[in-house]
Design a protein. Structure first.
Length: 636
């Protein structure tokens, strides 16, 4: 696990600067505190920071082939590297280390750019072919590992984190479309970044630079094509059980101790259950709770830990954790407002004090259909059929009278959200249940509404393109996989674990598992209003009864009450009329109205306010850092 960075003068005429790449790597030392390395060849310079997990003494990067003509830097882990190494050795390749990175070098010699399709793992790597003067930058299938790039001033810049591009002089002009989408989604969706001149490399895609040009090749695409040979739910359950076991077993490759993030839900519990089948050593689990009981999941996590006899560790997150806001902002480099990043950072710190690698259950909801919005979609279909339109028109006004609760995903919040979107077409409804600010409220919020801006809901249609409209669940799964998983869940997991120099692994996103489950007909993935049927049944006989049949769990945060308690002073200071006006993006009176309504309990505006708080904090901190360079973020 590492952070990588580099630059290439596209016309080949300007020697690359090692000092610039050194600066790019210095700002991501948290991703790899154990080692660093650089490779410079004419117009190309690339470097890395290493967190040593495999071949601790011999896996120094960059790694080259025997004659030094092909060189690689890797961020991630290749779980099938031993099998690939044996195959390559049989074909005459000679290895100088026992690391997984070296496999990529020799695999490229055999298969060229098609080498990526042979890899099982999470990865973002850069490969320099000195013979052809070709640079290939490759990102894994689902976007588990990040990769950002920019083509500016005749140079290609690339790095694991945006802060490295900033260290290389990236312009900080804001992309107004990216900001517009952030306000609805709480993250900036790929391929955009908050900066006009920078982009995220899409999952399953490679960037190839040669001959002075940059091109992109999509080397993997998830297909939701039902396999007609799977004819029963029982058959599907057996397939899932074997896939989960195989995925977890593959993810145990390491030369350092392993642990598990345990939330008390079925996803993380299933991982522990499989680990107990293949991991004979000591097993450490880590959980987070809150003083606010409705948000705490510690009892469920304890039950799983006791059932499997793990060495269990807990941490209760107190409101003092609100002070982590600046650190969160600095870790993400762009506006990001999923508040569960706070407990993920805290559990990562807890785990890092004991282990160097932690497995977690990210992806379980997107792969196995676990979100409550899937239930809402089915309910909305009945709602539209059974409830006359005049009555449906009244329902939003009726539920608006429900008293506001600051509890975890409270009934009043869910009822108001459901009523607002239930009469819309399925993808529009799915968007409305997840979106923080809709298009009307964004226009109300802006000081000057940006021109030529596209509605954010367009991204849902793009993500579901090509999937038949009669397979609605598959369309929703595609949306949540291609948007929310890559842009939110995996970004959170990567930045928070790497902030503590902890490697996070996500076995439920093992690509053979993801591909095969996507081929299981949708009718087996939900039963009535019950979500995640296949995974629940696959592990039911291994888990405590209350875990296998329990509701979706997660590291949820009591932000509604924190904003009127320990975060109130920070909220009023950061979103004060003067600071909002100075930024020049939002109307101060609109922001103040949201604060007033939340504190008066007229509406739960916590998600709105957290989204604005994180943007304003990001903007202020970037402005302060840019001031020394004589520039700051500005509208694009």
């Amino acid at each position: 696990m590492c952070g990588i960075a580099g630059l290439l003068a596209l016309d080949g005429s300007v020697p690359a600067s090692r000092d610039v790449v050194q600066a790019m790597c210095d700002v991501i030392v948290h991703r790899g505190p154990d080692d660093q390395g650089f490779h410079v060849d004419g117009p190309l310079a690339m470097g890395m920071r290493r967190l040593s997990i495999i071949d601790l003494s011999g896996g120094h990067q960059p790694i080259s082939n025997e004659d030094g003509s092909i060189t690689v830097v890797l961020n991630g882990e290749i779980y099938n590297y031993r099998e690939l190494r044996s195959e390559l050795e049989a074909r005459g390749h000679r290895f100088s280390t026992h690391s997984d990175t070296e496999v990529i070098v020799h695999l490229y010699e055999e298969h060229g750019l098609a080498c990526a399709s042979r890899l099982r793992g999470m990865f973002a790597f850069a490969l320099w072919d000195a013979r052809t003067r070709r640079l290939a930058v490759v990102r894994d299938r689902l976007g588990i590992k990040p990769l950002h790039y920019a083509v500016v001033g005749g140079r290609l810049l690339f790095a694991s984190e945006l802060k490295s591009l900033l260290a290389a002089g990236l312009d900080t002009a804001i992309d107004p479309q990216a900001l517009h989408d952030y306000l609805s989604l709480t993250y900036v969706p790929a391929p955009a970044t908050i900066f006009r001149d920078a982009r995220k490399l899409m999952p399953g895609t490679m960037l190839v630079a040669e001959g002075g040009r940059v091109r992109f090749e999509r080397w993997w695409q998830l297909a939701y094509a039902p396999d007609p040979s799977i004819r029963s739910e029982d058959e599907a359950v057996e397939i899932v059980r074997d896939l989960v076991d195989d995925a977890v077993r593959s993810h145990l490759v390491a030369d350092v101790p392993l642990g598990v993030f345990l939330s008390g839900g079925v996803d993380s519990a299933a991982i522990v259950a499989s680990m107990r089948r293949f991991h004979t050593g000591r097993l450490e689990t880590f959980s987070i709770g809150f003083e606010e009981k409705t948000f705490s999941e510690l009892d469920g996590a304890r039950a799983v830990a006791k059932h499997f006899g793990t060495d269990h560790h807990e941490l209760v997150v107190t409101p003092d954790a609100a002070g982590l806001v600046p650190e969160l902002v600095d870790s993400f480099d762009e506006p990001y407002a999923d508040s569960s990043a706070i407990p993920v950072l805290c559990v990562s710190r807890l785990a890092r004090s004991r282990v160097k690698v932690a497995l977690s259950g990210e992806g379980g909801d997107e792969v196995f259909a676990g979100y409550k919005t899937y239930t809402a979609t089915r309910l909305s279909g009945l709602y539209r059929k059974l409830v006359p339109r005049p009555v449906r028109d009244l329902v939003p006004r009726i539920v608006s009278l429900l008293p506001v609760s600051h509890g975890r995903v409270s009934f009043d919040y869910m009822a108001k959200r459901f009523a607002a979107g239930a009469s819309s077409p399925p993808l529009d409804a799915h968007f409305s249940w997840k979106a923080i600010f809709d298009e009307d409220r964004k226009r109300w919020l802006y000081r000057d509404a940006p021109t030529e801006i596209l509605p954010t809901v367009r991204l849902y249609g793009e993500a579901a393109a090509g999937i038949p409209e009669n397979d609605l669940l598959a369309r929703l799964l595609a949306v949540d996989t291609h948007l929310g998983l890559e842009g939110d869940m995996l970004v959170k997991a990567d930045r928070m674990t790497m902030a503590t120099s902890l490697e996070g692994r996500v076995p439920l996103l093992d690509h053979p598992l993801v591909e095969r489950v996507a081929s299981i007909p949708s009718r087996f993935k939900m039963r009535g209003l019950t979500t995640k049927v296949l995974l629940r049944r696959a592990v039911a006989d291994r888990l405590p009864q209350q875990t296998a049949g329990g509701p979706k769990k997660g590291f949820n945060v009591p932000i509604p009450s924190w904003l009127v308690g320990p975060l109130r002073e920070r909220l009023h200071d950061t979103l004060s009329p003067s600071r909002v006006a100075a930024t020049g993006v939002f109307r101060p009176e609109a922001v103040s109205e949201l604060i007033r309504a939340h504190e008066a309990r007229e509406r739960d505006c916590s998600r709105d306010l957290w989204t604005l708080l994180m943007f304003q904090t990001w903007h202020d901190r970037l402005s302060a850092r840019s001031a020394g360079r004589g520039s700051g973020p500005r509208a694009g």
